[in-house]
Design a protein around this ligand. Sequence first.
Ligand code: SF4
Ligand code: SF4
Length: 263
Amino acid sequence: MDAATKSDLKKKIKREAIKLGMNLIGFANVERWSEFDEINPAYYPQTIWPWSKTVIVLAVQIYLPMIETTPSVVYSELYNTTNRMLDESAYRLANFLNRHGFRAHFFPRDCYGDISVLVKKPEAAFSHVIAGKYAGLGTIGMNHTLLTKEYGPRIRLVSVITDAEITPDPMVKKNLCIQCGLCAKNCPMQAFTPKSGKEIAEMDQFKCAAYHQKLKNEFRYPCGVCTAVCPIGDDRKVYGRCSVSPDGIKHCQSFGSKNAVED
Ligand code: SF4
Ligand code: SF4
């Protein structure tokens, strides 16, 4: 593909993704996985799908006034909505690329059968966070999430893998995490252990998954506190330090979950 065709295809993909309701779109060439050499090569897209050339990462925002009621059914429903949007949009975008003669498919946004599996093995076969970083959407914060300029960590991600060679987006150079420690301090499970000299905290993923199991049983999954409290993101500038009143949080938590009827 010559440069003009590549650029035309990129524009078409972006247009399509925006039409599908995506807030952020980034492009990574698969070479970035080996270039940065940060994760086990078994997780590289080109190891799993040897023909892959580009990973397109799509993100939708998580609304602050909803996540700030967590743990609640209000946030749980938002989470489910973003999941449906991401998988459907990625499916449609892969289909769009197929129609233009390229190999393409998507890696679903979570890809685990049930939270009980994560309690024993808290990881997936592919990392959208790493893909998002290589696609220029943001940097990885102390809380292990992808921090973006627009929404901080309040995004959900999915990836489309294709053999179309598309010019990658530049990566974000400056770390967006300001190391404020609010994520670690507010985690109900104290799952993070910040380490001096390291920008990303150690995380006890088993503790986090166990808490999610509890919340799922109460119909108010997931947690998300470590993303709700993060001060990074233009969305935070719009809503200020807190977008829901303390009474409003209690009110929203009083409906729709097991916790609401058992308390
Ligand atoms: S999702 Fe909740 S339990 Fe898990 S690390 Fe974040 S704040 Fe802690
Ligand atoms: S809350 Fe603070 S330390 Fe945690 S990810 Fe956000 S900026 Fe970084």
